[in-house]
Design a protein. Structure first.
Length: 388
């Protein structure tokens, strides 16, 4: 018998243009007056810092800045933030930024109430105590970190990636303000949007998918297919930004409920060994892995094709399912995603090691709709290298 379905998640979601103005009020509703405000270095040097700090100016809430986050963060960044939070007696943690920042903020919150370092908790269900309450404010539409129980870190010494996975990481509040994503470059919009599409497709086809996650993931696929090109090429249009932020949140909910698959597993070594950003790595691997995966669940892939606007009434499920690969290719090419590992200067002789590393990303490998082995992973990497 399949195990019972249990749903946990973010407690409160505030969505809408201008909703970032509620940050201080949301802190107060948690009884917090000294939040640690986590941002990345690059974002803290933009108008975003002023915008956020002005919100706190006329409020009894006084934020403690921690602006040291860097892309593809190391666990030490969370350790450092937790030390600051303890020293300053922070009573809440706010993350404003992309997935790296939100992941670090979530980890800081639990480290305040748990002994040891972030690395001690990389794994599943190792966190013993609940952390400080958290408020997550994404500024990209992609990672869905505001909806998930995971913080992903890059361990550069061992060239590996790993996540702290615990229900205590679910944010208390997600504030989703599409205006914050208006200034994203076409490149970041494209790669983060493809990360969201990967979450949606992988959670929909996951072996853990269920009656609650499937409609959410499928809706995200439909919205992303209809809006990602618009967000990339017409980034100041709030309609596209609104839809992409909504979809990346839905995809994050789907991911939290049923996990991701082999695209993420094969993308991780690209980030860990070659510093390829998470969204770009997923976007590049997505069509190659789907080409292998779609015969593993024709029914699901046919439903993805319909959601992407492909096929028509005359198509069999098998024919419709095969269209997903081409549709994802078209989208990736249209929005300028690198097409091959060669484009990213990944050396061909690294493929066996990457395949071995990918197989160690156990849960996504197990979730994959078609069985994945090291030999298959190597073959997929070779196709991705050559672009075939
Ligand atoms: Fe992802």
């Amino acid at each position: 018998m399949k195990s019972a379905v249990t749903i946990e998640g973010v407690k409160k979601t505030v969505f809408g243009v201008g909703s970032v103005q509620q940050i201080a009020l949301e802190c107060q509703s948690l009884g917090a007056v000294r939040p640690l405000l986590v941002m990345d270095r690059a974002l803290s040097e933009t108008d975003m810092r002023t915008l956020i700090q002005e919100i706190f100016l006329n409020s009894p809430v006084k934020a403690i800045p921690y602006f040291d986050v860097t892309p593809e963060p190391s666990p030490e960044l969370a350790d450092k933030g937790a030390e600051l939070a303890k020293k300053e007696k922070a009573d809440c943690v706010i993350g404003v930024g992309g997935g790296s920042t939100l992941d670090v903020a979530k980890a800081i919150a639990v480290l305040v109430n748990n002994e040891g370092k972030a690395l001690d908790y990389v794994g599943l269900n190792l966190v013993k105590n609940p952390g400080l309450p958290t408020i997550m404010v994404p500024t990209t539409a992609g990672t869905g970190s505001e909806a998930t129980f995971t913080s992903v870190f890059t361990m550069r010494k061992t060239k590996s990636k790993g996540g702290i996975n615990s229900p205590f990481l679910y944010p208390h509040t997600a504030i989703l303000d599409p205006e914050l994503t208006l200034g994203l470059s076409p490149e970041v919009t494209a790669s983060t949007g493809m990360d969201a599409l990967t979450h949606a497709i992988e959670s929909f086809t996951s072996r853990q998918a269920h009656f609650m996650s499937e409609p959410v993931s499928l809706e995200a696929i439909e919205i992303i297919s209809a809006n990602l090109r618009g967000a990339v090429f017409n980034g100041t249009n709030i309609h596209f930004r609104n839809n992409m932020l909504k979809a990346s949140y839905l995809a994050g909910l789907g991911l939290a409920m049923s996990g991701v698959g082999a695209v993420h597993a094969l993308a991780y070594p690209l980030g860990a060994s070659f510093d390829v950003p998470h969204g770009t790595a997923n976007a590049l691997m997505l069509p190659y892995v789907l080409e292998y995966n779609y015969p593993g669940d024709i029914d699901k892939f046919a439903r993805i094709a319909w959601a992407m606007g492909e096929g028509d009434d005359g198509y069999s499920d098998r024919e419709a399912a095969s269209l997903v690969v081409e549709s994802v290719w078209d989208l990736a090419r249209d929005i300028g995603i690198p097409c091959t590992l060669q484009d990213l200067r990944i050396p061909e002789d690294s493929i066996p090691d990457m395949a071995e590393a990918a197989m160690k990303v156990e849960r996504p490998i197990m979730n994959n709709p078609r069985p994945m082995t090291a030999t298959v992973a190597e073959d997929i990497y070779r196709r991705a290298f050559e672009g075939i």
